[in-house]
Design a protein around this ligand. Sequence first.
Ligand code: ZN
Length: 229
Amino acid sequence: MFLLGHSCWSYLFSKTSARQLRTSVPAYLALLAGVLPDFDIYFQPLGLVHHTYTHSLLVIIPVVVLLTYFLGRFGLAFSIGILSHLLADSLVGSIPLLYPVYPGWNVGLNLGIPSLADTVLEMGAFGLVIVYALFNGDYKLVLKPSRDGLLLGIPLVAIDTLTLLFAGDRNIPLVAFAFSRKALTAITIGHILLSGILALGVLQGLIWYFRTRARSKVQAVVGPSSPGS
Ligand SMILES: [Zn+2]
């Protein structure tokens, strides 16, 4: 699955499990959790092969146990976002479930990527994220200045750089590839829309940052306001 689907499924899985566990996972982390297994793309120059260790339960389960042990219910909800990556990849393709012990044992439905099934799963998740964000109040991150808006820059950079690195690595002429098939065109538009929404959040974050800075400068000059002053 592409990073659009991974970030969106992760958001849905983390947010709904956090709700069940009576904790909360901020939007930027809910979007980021499911992107983390593909961070192996950053380490390819060091010899790490994409879609191996970070897509194996032998690596992910200990990570989940550690996160849950140290961070409790928040750690568990965040972990469920990470696990959604393995689930999604095993639907559209297959994952080396017990790598490196059984490196050749790949498990998955292989629905295809790109494929109609993949497009529906990715765009469907994106649509659900928008509905859910309207329902849980996260939409405000895009409309009102806040610190958390600034943090949306983290998944934004991760999604966009990983997509570019992945394409660059395979010598894929990105623009030609992205619009070459209907399924990919839809997903490309989805990526652009998601990036645009996140960038708008970052913009609100920047407005928050500069306003807070200006306010603290004024306070430093005038002094903290007190009743009667
Ligand atoms: Zn993956």
